[in-house]
Design a protein around this ligand. Structure first.
Ligand SMILES: [Fe+2]
Length: 176
């Protein structure tokens, strides 16, 4: 689907790496597995059209038009960082709406993405610092708390995932 949508190989490898991280999270976190896996693998489908802040919205619309369930549409829409609050939405000029991950599936996909930088599995501080350096302090704090919320459910600091699966994990879906 990513290929058909016109995603570059780099985006496809990124999505599959996020899938590998989410798959590891689900070893200890209870969530709807097919939904989380579909969400991780498709979260950046909108990058085939737009590489900026709009890609999550564009992607969610694509998924909706393809006839996928609303839960999947919402996962894609809400995957930016640890979500965007009302002030972010206004600042970024996004169409009004709810961009905060609220279900466990939405949270797992958003945060699995935070633990992947391009094609590498990294610790959460990488993404948190990136936001702080941009001045996005609320977003950085939100990401930090999402990290610890999910780490608690996982039973360990999620930063161990890059040690468990490796920073370039073997991908079930494609070869790198
Ligand atoms: Fe994304």
């Amino acid at each position: 689907m990513l290929r058909d949508a016109g995603c570059k190989q780099r985006v496809i490898v990124h999505c599959c790496t996020v899938g590998a991280v989410a798959d590891e999270m689900l070893k200890n976190i209870k969530a709807d597995r097919p939904l989380v896996m579909a969400g991780s693998l498709l979260h950046d489908i909108g990058r085939s059209v737009d590489n900026g802040i709009m890609h999550a919205i564009v992607g969610s619309e694509m998924i909706g038009k393809m006839g996928f369930p609303a839960e999947l549409v919402e996962i894609v829409k809400k995957h930016t960082g640890a979500g965007l609050d009302e002030a972010d939405v206004e600042e970024l000029g996004l169409p009004p709406g709810d961009y905060m991950p609220r279900t466990i599936e939405e949270k797992v996909v958003a945060h699995a993405d935070n633990l992947v930088s391009d094609n590498l599995v990294v610790g959460h501080r990488h993404a948190v610092e990136k936001l702080r350096n941009k001045g996005a302090f609320r977003g950085a704090d939100r990401m930090e708390s999402l990290h610890w919320e999910l780490s608690k459910l996982y039973g360990m600091d999620l930063d161990v995932i890059s040690d468990i699966i490796g920073e370039s994990p073997k991908l079930k879906w494609i070869s790198r």
